[in-house]
Design a protein. Structure first.
Lengths: 270, 211
């Protein structure tokens, strides 16, 4: 493929028409073309793969968010059915979307393409840990969540596992959702539940404070730690308000009038 | 001309240092416990190379840009990816030179060329713009073969056309003042002039300038 000088007719033509007595290495030009043809192939494959991973990651994000919204529908009376649906929805996210990553992230691509799938995986961890806390009151640890992913890959494939960095980042995001949950539970009159969440979030915050400095490339984590402290404080302040103003709250049987119960509490988003 | 050679030699000696440093980096990665990496029928080092690539990505791009610039100064040719990889003592099977890093490095090298050309002309080398223009035009044409997405590499490639434009401007400035023609005859004599060479076949030698 000859070089295309048509973009710069005035210049390139004169350049090419320089006196023949000048020795020129034509060989270099064609080897440049060959080399760049190889680079083109390499980049095409890489970029196409990246795009597939990004698309899968986006779908994982959207559907994990749906699971989280589902969990937030919890109220005093419908816990079991809400959570059952959430768990089911989470399972379908795993089967339909997380599974798409198995083939793409074989071998070194697992780390090479991390930027492409990390947001989706973080959201997924957030959803899975939230479901687990609501169902069992405990933290879903990395090994446990990875165990659920094993069935996705057949023996010929390297099993898809969540790496520790994405897990910890997802855990950081979990605290934000737990804050929302705690505030929601308080407005529903479930102070004890909210206090349980408070203790849980505090523990996570404490552990992550010690762990975060050891993470590679931890600028993301540093920002999340700041947000996390805000979440912890919001929950603590909400529990405090209810505790101190306990006498001002009247439990109306069977109803939950949020605005009434929130009298005297500072403004926060629910 | 002699000065240029000395400068290039001095710079070349640093390549060995770079090679050693990359080797050390490889050793560090190899000795890494790797207990929190995912490895499955792959060498540990390969996985770590990709996990921590960000730590040396921009440095590698800079190294490539300088190696390619030097190689061009020495030979007039573009340093290929595999050649650059070898110079740094890297190899594709474990700790290799990332192709995107190489291509971005080449773009950084192109950023240096307008400045180089301007200073060369000031120093009296009026043939330089023609050579650089030819090289950069070919390079840009080669890059146009790539099907780039909207990423950092694409941004750097877009910048290359401004480098090319600037070099063109310098080439014009030199040419319209007739400086380029004088330079062609002069440098032709310098390059070809040897005991067995019969000089200008057309027989219209201009001023003879000794280097």
């Amino acid at each position: 493929m000859a070089p295309k000088p048509h973009r710069f007719p005035q210049v390139a033509d004169t350049v090419l028409q320089s006196p023949p007595k000048r020795a020129r290495t034509m060989a270099t030009e064609s080897s440049i073309k060959d080399a760049f043809a190889n680079y083109t192939d390499y980049l095409n494959l890489l970029n196409e793969k990246r795009e597939r991973v990004v698309k899968a990651s986006r779908d994982i994000t959207i559907n994990s968010k749906k699971v989280i919204f589902q969990v937030h529908r919890i109220s005093k009376n419908n816990k079991d059915e809400v959570l059952d649906k959430a768990v089911k929805d989470l399972a379908s996210v795993t089967e339909q979307h997380v599974s798409r990553l198995v083939k793409e992230l074989q071998g070194t691509d697992f780390w090479k393409l991390r930027r492409a799938y990390s947001p989706g995986v973080q959201e997924y961890v957030e959803a899975a840990t939230l479901c687990n806390f609501c169902k069992n009151g405990t933290l879903l640890i990395l090994d446990e969540i990875n165990a659920t992913l094993l069935p996705l890959s057949d023996p010929s494939h390297q099993p898809l596992q969540i790496n520790i960095l994405d897990y910890l980042l997802g855990l950081a995001d979990l605290t934000g959702e737990l804050m929302r949950l705690a505030i929601g539970r308080i407005s529903d009159g479930e102070l004890e539940y909210a206090e349980k969440i408070c203790g849980f979030v505090r523990d996570i915050y404490r552990e992550l404070t010690l762990l975060a400095p050891h993470m590679d490339d931890n600028t993301d984590m540093k920002t999340k730690m700041d947000t996390m402290l805000q979440s912890v404080m919001k929950i603590e302040n909400a529990c405090f308000s209810v505790h101190v103003r306990g006498s001002e709250y009247v439990q109306l049987p069977g109803s939950s009038d949020p605005s009434y119960l929130l009298l005297g509490m500072p403004d926060h988003e629910i | 001309m002699k000065e240029e050679k000395e400068v290039l030699e001095k710079a070349s000696s640093q390549i060995a240092v770079l090679k050693k440093l990359y080797n050390q980096l490889g050793v560090v990665l190899q000795e890494c416990p790797g207990s929190i990496t995912v490895s499955y029928k792959r060498t540990e080092i390969l996985v770590l190379v990709f996990r921590y690539h960000g730590e040396w990505r921009s440095e590698t791009q800079t190294a490539v840009s300088l190696l390619t610039f030097m190689h061009w100064l020495e030979t007039g040719n573009l340093l290929m990816h595999t050649e650059a990889e070898q110079k740094l003592g890297l190899n594709a099977s474990d700790f290799g030179l990332d192709i995107e890093d190489y291509l971005i490095g080449v773009c950084f090298m192109s950023n240096e060329l307008p400045r180089y050309v301007v200073n060369q002309v000031t120093a009296g080398d009026y043939d330089c713009p023609r050579k650089v223009l030819k090289f950069l035009t070919d390079l840009h044409a080669a890059f146009r073969m790539l099907n780039l997405r909207n990423d950092f590499l694409r941004k750097k490639f877009d910048g290359m056309k401004y480098d090319l434009r600037r070099v063109e401007e310098v080439y014009y400035d030199v040419k319209i003042r007739g400086l380029a023609d004088k330079a062609e005859e002069v440098s032709y004599d310098i390059k070809i002039g040897g005991p067995d060479d019969h000089g200008d076949p057309a027989g219209d030698e201009g001023t003879h300038k000794q280097s």
